[in-house]
Design a protein around this ligand. Sequence first.
Ligand SMILES: C[S@@+](CC[C@H](N)C(=O)[O-])C[C@H]1O[C@@H](n2cnc3c(N)ncnc32)[C@H](O)[C@@H]1O
Length: 309
Amino acid sequence: MLAIDPGKKLSFNRLISNGDLVIVYERHDNMKAVTVAENSVLQNRFGVFKHSEWIGKPFGSKVFSNKGGFVYLLAPTPELWTLVLSHRTQILYIADISFVIMYLEVVPGCLVLESGTGSGSLTTSLARAVAPTGHVHTFDFHEQRAGSARDDFERTGLSSIISVRVRDIQGEGFPNEFAGLADAVFLDLPQPWLAIPSAAKMLKQDGTLCSFSPCVEQVQRSCETLQNCFTDIRTFEVLLRTYEVREGKMENLNGDNNGSNGSSLPCKRRQRSGGSYAPDSTVSSVMARPCGEARGHTGFLTFARLKCL
Ligand SMILES: C[S@@+](CC[C@H](N)C(=O)[O-])C[C@H]1O[C@@H](n2cnc3c(N)ncnc32)[C@H](O)[C@@H]1O
């Protein structure tokens, strides 16, 4: 998925090979992850696509089915992976993920501890942020879930940057081997306040912590515990408003395509002799309007910095 070797840029010019993971894109809300296998086919409502015809094409290519239907073959990125991964749990989405990476100050070379792993949605982005020299150690107490996450990281080529372990972090805390070594800790646990004292022990001086909780009661309890060892405690709720962008026809009420004031918006209507207004022609225009099904509350993100002694 990622260019782990710093000499190799994540390049969309790379050609698709047998065994590569590709994101098959029909529309922004219809994508799936497919591993290319020379003798396989992908079948969908547009027809049958032979994998063998994908091999050797650049990522981003438009490929055609036996019926002339098409899909795009995109290079897998953490952003796309979050949209196609199998949901074994609730997951973090792009708006929260990007905020977490920024506020936790995760950069290449960082050591990050995370619990729980869940479906590995956040873990995948953390891995890209710390690559190529950093590492993400992620813990989940659910053995099967941890195993599936490990399989996913293998499939996405991230297993050298992510270690998955089975552990009850609320009960046992993080392993002592990481004491004082972590640049950042991320918690997505039902009772994060139980893991906060251990997280404090793991962090380097000035290290950062983030806890994601869906309910404000969890936030209050976490903040009470954070006050013992942390400073700069802040909680955010990231609300994302998505717009649908469509091309459509608009009435040109000015008689020219640009409008008399130089803008593309109609500014003055031409009056007919009878007193009514008439459009001179229609023009193609791109329109944006808020999506009906925009995602609302996901959770609260509480950030804090370890107090310097
Ligand atoms: C909501 S999911 C995390 C989702 C993840 N942030 C993502 O983006 O995919 C919460 C996970 O925490 C795990 N969990 C709950 N209690 C735990 C504990 N005491 N120790 C470790 N993991 C725990 C659950 O098994 C679950 O997989």
